[in-house]
Design a protein around this ligand. Structure first.
Ligand SMILES: Cc1ncc(COP(=O)(O)O)c(C=O)c1O
Length: 406
């Protein structure tokens, strides 16, 4: 079934305004039901969890229900595998810190130069304890991370490979299940940044056999909050980030110092609710998980349509260079970056603002990638990052604005 766009848009009050939002990889609009869950928690259960009294028990149940919902969203084996925190950046920094006692001088970690800095910086920071960082470099001609370039980087000391599921600049979907298999064959673990993937596809941490997997809810139609999935047995091995009396077995709480934000965790469950309702339109009798998968099947089909509308426009111009795969059917999400010959990307983005079309320019904290591709000059790239709630009409509004300003 095709995506019910009227239903989708009705779920996001902000879409009723004049703006066409194409900065969704920066931050998506929030679902009304997420806001309602946040306010419901604050207005009815805003107490500390862990108390013996009824309201405290209800507060705890609400937070743990949300953890279960997120576990369903990512297809985790158990809710204890879900660590929540303020942002993907903070969660990955915490993960690196919590690995300290597992790593020794001379151990090796592979990072890419195609990731957002959030999944590079925390690992590079471990160099100060003698960890050796090896970089899997993007092919600057094709914009691809080639598996052939990863293989020679492994050694018997390789402990971890950190890679992005989707580049937030290129939009390319990397084959995480295949990479995870190769990483495991080499006796290492994989840590995936999925911030730029999660709004576009069903996450399946169990099916893909990834070890750590993080993304931010505020890019997936929820509040400013984030999740780090970790395999239960790996989380048990991590150092506690909380008080000394939070033992190694206190998972995931030992990794949520100062407690998880209750109301935002509850808000995150609104996304799961929404995806289940959306997927139910295509798969009425399926399990919640099947409905989530069905929702993303419809989302992907719609996103290919809207993405291809812009990509074909850019391909047809002789002054635009698409930075990434050039076709929507080609293993990519509709996060589309381009440069225009002889023009400053910042100047282009700013001149589109008066058309009430929100795009963005720069390097999006994928600084190492932008430098490797030599695209930092003249304001970096213009990035149009679409979400499933964008319509063809909005894409046409953007194209009309581009026609005027280019
Ligand atoms: C691919 C990617 N990874 C990580 C991040 C950082 O996420 P957060 O803002 O939750 O720290 C971003 C934010 O733009 C991103 O696009």
């Amino acid at each position: 079934m095709s995506l019910d766009l009227d239903f989708v848009r009705s779920q996001f009050p902000a879409l009723a305004g004049e703006w066409a939002f194409f900065d969704n990889a920066g931050g998506s609009q929030i679902l009304k039901r997420s806001v309602e869950r946040i306010s419901d928690f604050l207005l009815t259960r805003n107490v500390q969890t862990g108390g013996s009294y009824d309201v405290s028990i209800k507060a705890r149940e609400a937070v743990e229900d949300s953890r279960r919902a997120v576990a369903t969203l990512v297809n985790a084996a158990r809710p204890e595998e879900i660590v929540m925190g303020p942002s993907t950046t903070a969660l990955l920094q915490n993960l690196a810190r919590a690995m300290a006692s597992q790593l020794s001088a001379g151990d090796e970690i592979i990072v890419t130069n195609a990731d957002h800095e959030s999944n590079i910086g925390p690992w590079v920071g471990l160099e100060k304890m003698g960890v050796v960082i090896n970089t899997w470099k993007v092919n600057t001609e094709t914009f691809e991370l080639d598996i052939d370039d990863l293989l020679p980087l492994f050694s018997p000391r390789t402990k971890l490979v950190c890679v992005t599921h989707v580049s937030n600049l290129l939009g390319t979907i990397n084959p995480v299940a295949e990479i995870a298999r190769i990483v495991h064959e080499h006796g290492a673990r994989i840590c995936v940044d999925a911030v730029a993937y999660a709004p576009h596809g069903a996450v399946d941490v169990t099916g893909w056999d990834v070890d750590y997997y993080a993304f931010s809810f505020y890019k997936v139609f929820g509040p400013h909050h984030a999740v780090l999935y970790g395999k239960y047995e790996h989380l048990l091995e991590l150092d506690t980030l909380y008080h000394y009396f939070y033992g190694k077995d206190k998972v995931p709480q030992k990794l949520e110092p100062g407690n998880v934000n209750y109301e935002l965790s509850c808000g995150a469950a609104g996304m799961v609710d929404y995806l289940i309702e959306l997927g139910g339109k295509s798969d009425a009798s399926g399990s919640d998980r099947a409905k989530i998968v069905a929702a993303f099947t419809d989302i992907t089909a719609h996103e290919k349509l809207i993405g291809e509308r812009l990509l074909s426009y850019l391909r047809d111009r002789n002054d635009c260079r698409i930075i990434g795969r050039t076709s929507a059917s080609d293993g990519r999400v509709p996060t589309i970056s381009f440069k225009v010959d002889g023009r400053d990307s910042g100047e282009i983005a700013k001149s589109i603002d008066p058309y009430k079309v929100a795009v963005r320019f720069g390097d999006f904290h994928a600084r190492r990638l932008a430098e490797a591709l030599d695209i930092t000059a003249n304001g970096g790239v213009v990035r149009v990052s679409m979400a499933h709630y964008n319509s063809l009409t909005e894409v046409d509004k953007l194209i009309a604005a581009l026609d005027e300003v280019l």
